[in-house]
Design a protein around this ligand. Structure first.
Ligand SMILES: *Cc1c(COP(=O)(O)O)cnc(C)c1O
Length: 496
């Protein structure tokens, strides 16, 4: 399968090349040149298969340079140590179903793709016959960083460097990263917000001088952010897997359409659901849920994407994003691959922080419903679900649940709906405890214990020992010093 750049239709790449590059040379993102349709019968066929094979069936048409058996092996190994019979169980609630995507080592949905990505990259190096080490750079709003560190730690032939916003992550998230072990890992805090970190990192990928320097040192730059196509494809797989689970549990009939509601930040997870729909998964609406940083909500209702607004720190920090990278991919597809148009829009975004996608694009967005919930609304939804149904969600999932409840009340749409539950409630224990009126501890770990006492829910294994683990990474930099941090990680002197 060919992948194309969103900004230049002549810039095509194979999958191995795109996985290693992360981003296209012109600054665009790689997108599949065609959708791979599943026929409904094929979806029904998946019911009888164990999940690793279902995953493989979705991965292999995208990753056609790789052998099916190898991909099947990846899906088996990546989730083998996770509890339960599937990496992402579904829980039925009164008016929706929760797709629990957070049973991996770091307690957030990003583990599902990031336990796979290092395997893809190793394979891509082989396929491209490259002897370099892969140098993976990550800008994180909290959860990607730890999931990437877990995925890449001590993987031969790779190094990983994570940038996170100093004041934009929870105590647990910060400690998860700052205590990471592994001979090939670097973690740096940036004074700034996520958009600052992400912009700094994206600029590196189009800096020829820097790329040449590190290439001479035997490294190839790549990204583990959802700008990398290798992050998105496993996510498409879990939506397909979820649909077959629903068929299997008799929750839906063959061909029945469902809605999918996703708490959204960088627009990766919901884009994966949209790709699943393009592949023929019976999906009616995609409900895009935002917190106070609601540039996407406004875009879906007006067609104007305006990031010139106050950046608000909320209790769902992984969604505190104003510039959602993966929107560019959707715009590309909705404009039928009009790369010139996308280049103009992205230039406008860069120069003035705003673009107007125009009336046709707005019409093309009809599959999406955009909504937002502020902290008071999402916290109330979290508390209500706990008190009425005894089901605890984290603060990000609470945004989605609140937006969905509002959508349903407004529209009367009773279509069966799957909500992507993106983090364990323990990952954001401080906020969750405060919402439930649970006494805060002297530190976040004590709070986790108090929350456990109150709710009786078991604490994920990955949080064990965090309180006493030695801090191994304490570097803090200004937002313009990203290049310098790379030079330090690789031990060279950068040109001014
Ligand atoms: C990353 C993250 C999100 C946002 O996902 P995107 O793919 O960036 O839209 C939502 N919730 C949690 C817990 C996350 O870690």
């Amino acid at each position: 399968m060919q992948l194309l750049s969103t900004r230049d239709s002549r810039a095509s790449a194979g999958v191995a090349q795109a996985l290693l590059a992360g981003i296209a040379p012109d600054g665009g993102l790689y997108v599949p040149a065609q959708y791979l349709r599943f026929l409904p019968d094929e979806i029904a066929e998946l019911i009888a298969l164990p999940y690793p094979e279902r995953f493989m069936r979705v991965l292999s048409p995208y990753f056609d340079e790789f052998n099916c058996e190898t991909l099947h092996g990846f899906a088996r190994e990546a989730y083998a140590k996770w509890p339960g019979a599937t990496p992402a169980p579904l829980v039925s609630l009164r008016d929706c179903m929760m797709l629990e995507l957070w049973h991996g080592p770091t307690g957030a949905f990003k583990d599902i793709a990031l336990q796979m990505l290092p395997r893809f990259m190793a394979l891509a190096c082989q396929a491209q016959d490259r002897a370099e080490e892969v140098f993976v750079i990550v800008a994180t709003s909290g959860d990607t960083g730890k999931a990437a560190l877990e995925g890449f730690a001590d993987v031969p032939g790779t190094r990983v460097l994570v940038f996170y916003p100093l004041d934009g992550v929870s105590d647990t998230q910060r400690l998860q990263m700052a205590t990471q072990t592994g001979v090939n890992v670097h973690v740096v805090a940036v004074r700034g917000n996520f958009d600052d970190a992400q912009t700094g990192v994206k600029n590196l990928f189009t800096n020829p001088e820097l790329i040449e320097t590190i290439s001479k040192m035997g490294f190839v730059f790549s990204s583990a952010n959802s700008i990398n196509i290798g992050r998105l494809v496993p996510q498409v797989a879990y939506y397909v897997n979820a649909y077959t689970q629903l068929l299997n549990q008799g929750e839906i009939k063959k061909g029945e359409r469902i809605n999918i509601c996703v708490p959204t930040g960088n627009f990766g997870n919901i884009l994966a659901a949209w790709y699943a729909k393009q592949m023929g998964l019976p999906v009616a609406r995609l409900i895009c849920a935002s917190n106070e940083n609601k540039s996407l909500t406004d875009f879906i209702s007006t067609g104007v994407y305006d990031t010139n607004r106050e950046f608000i720190l909320t209790s769902s920090p992984s969604m505190d994003i104003l510039i959602s990278s993966n929107l560019e991919r959707l715009l590309y597809h909705l404009s039928a691959g009009d790369t010139e148009r996308i280049t103009v829009l992205m230039k406008a975004l860069e120069d003035s922080g705003v673009f107007d996608a125009g009336p046709e694009m707005k019409t093309a967005l009809k599959d999406f419903h955009g909504g937002f919930a502020d902290m008071s609304v999402s916290h109330a939804a979290l508390a209500k679900l706990w008190h009425e149904e005894g089901y605890l969600i984290d603060t990000h999932t609470a945004v989605a649940y609140a937006v969905y409840s509002d959508y349903r009340a407004q529209t009367g749409d009773n279509t069966k709906t799957v909500i992507a539950s993106t983090a364990s409630p323990y990952k954001f224990a401080g906020s969750v405890a405060a919402v439930l009126g649970v006494k805060p501890g002297a530190d976040e770990f004590q709070t986790i214990e108090n929350l456990k006492e109150e709710t009786g829910l078991s604490i994920p294994d990955g949080f064990d020992g965090l309180a006493t683990a030695p801090v191994t990474h304490s570097t803090v930099i200004g937002k313009t010093d990203v290049k310098q941090a790379i030079a330090e990680a690789l031990n060279f002197t950068p040109k001014p």
